[in-house]
Design a protein. Structure first.
Length: 386
């Protein structure tokens, strides 16, 4: 079988429906290591090969800029879409925060023809034929996570890498089997822009991010006045009574918005392993209860499915956060550049309304003069109008 890597520059590859069409807080120093090759303009390698190195998969040399990609659940889908690119295949779209793109003027996403794969809520156990069917130029997936989700053997992994496309992805949501993420959000994003030769857009994104964070940091309260939050990464189910912590103090991407806003980790002084129950929460009694990964919900859905059950629960309603109306949400699992800014803006308004304006329940309902970043500017960057 022909090695897919050797034909990236072929006329068949260049004629393919590429990159599935176009979309119409912390310090992240640029890391120039692990990539080489010219970039004449966005999406153009100048006809020369270039190398991208990304842990844990290693290095790959491209003879032409990839035109299509396959992505597994994680932050790299939002990273690619932040560059105006759409995947050929994805999993559980109903959980993704695509609604943020709908709020960008002139940006048009159409995922109707995007292949949906995987079984069940966690999109596991998919077979290799999907990859041959999609035939992507690059697979934006940490090979460890791909093997975990797919249940493939080592031989299966090698077969797809050799016959379909290279694995160039890295898991940054939180640690993987005790090993910390290799990259921060924007370090990994820089690698993604190198893959697609979109470095100019990366620089524009960094400028927008820096301006946004400068405004945030200038208006935060003094450190000794900042609240504590107990953050949970699989939502908050009042009746279940068991919650999975996402400690703010750990090196993990999904709680980035909380660190950006200087929110204190309610679990910082505790050795937490596994779930926590109401007993622990009552002892800690954090200022805020927070859930990740519920950003696909509307404001009404969030209130009826999460907040009201807590208010009605005999134990949950005794928590200070519930009594004070301090049950909040942010994006986490799928956080790339677009989601990062929307998530942090939403959380800033929920936690510090006197400093950043009232939270109306959904980002789409924030009045234009109360938005914390310029939607038009973001849309231009996504569309490559620099």
């Amino acid at each position: 079988m022909v090695n897919r890597r050797r034909v990236l520059a072929s006329s068949a590859s260049l004629a393919a429906a590429g990159v599935a069409g176009c979309l119409g807080g912390e310090s992240d120093p640029a890391d120039d290591s692990g990539s080489s090759g010219p970039n004449d303009e966005n999406g153009d390698s100048g006809g020369q090969s270039y190398e991208v190195c990304l842990e844990p998969g290693g290095c790959h040399t491209f003879d032409a800029v990839p035109e299509s990609f396959f992505v597994i659940p994680g932050s790299q889908e939002d990273m690619a879409m932040s560059l105006g690119l759409q995947p050929e295949a994805h999993a559980y779209p109903h959980r993704k925060p695509y609604k943020f793109y709908d709020q960008l003027p002139g940006v048009d996403i159409d995922l109707d023809d995007t292949l949906q794969y995987g079984e069940g809520e966690s999109a596991r156990n998919y077979d290799k034929e999907i990859f041959y069917e999609v035939d992507p130029d690059v697979i934006l997936a940490d090979p460890r996570m791909l093997q975990n989700y797919s249940s493939w053997s080592d031989a299966d992994m090698k077969e797809i890498e050799q016959n379909v496309a290279p694995y160039l992805g890295s898991y940054i949501r939180f640690d993987y089997e005790g090993e910390q993420p290799y990259y921060t959000l924007y370090e990994l994003f820089e690698k993604v822009t190198e893959i697609f030769q979109r470095q100019d857009q990366y620089e524009a994104w960094i400028d927008l991010r820096d301006d946004f964070m400068a405004e945030i940091e200038a208006n935060l309260p003094p450190e000794d006045e900042r609240p504590t939050a107990a953050v949970f990464w699989r939502g908050i189910d009042a009746d279940a009574g068991l919650f999975q912590p996402a400690p703010i103090s750990e090196k993990r991407n999904d709680v980035r918005s909380f660190r950006d806003l200087g929110i204190e980790d309610a679990f910082a002084d505790r050795d937490i392993e596994g779930d926590v129950g109401y007993e622990t929460l009552l002892e800690i009694d954090p200022d805020y209860l927070a859930a990740l990964n519920l950003s696909s919900m509307t404001g009404e859905e969030w209130h009826s499915q999460v907040v009201e059950p807590l208010e009605d629960h005999s134990t949950a309603r005794t928590l200070s956060a519930v009594q004070d109306g301090n049950v909040v949400r942010a994006s986490g699992q799928f956080m790339g550049p677009v989601t990062h800014l929307f998530s942090t803006e939403a959380l800033a308004k929920q936690v510090y309304p006197d400093r950043f304006g009232e939270w109306p329940g959904d980002s789409a309902d924030i009045p234009e003069d109360e938005q914390l970043f310029d939607r038009e500017r973001m849309a231009d960057i996504v569309d490559g109008n620099l």
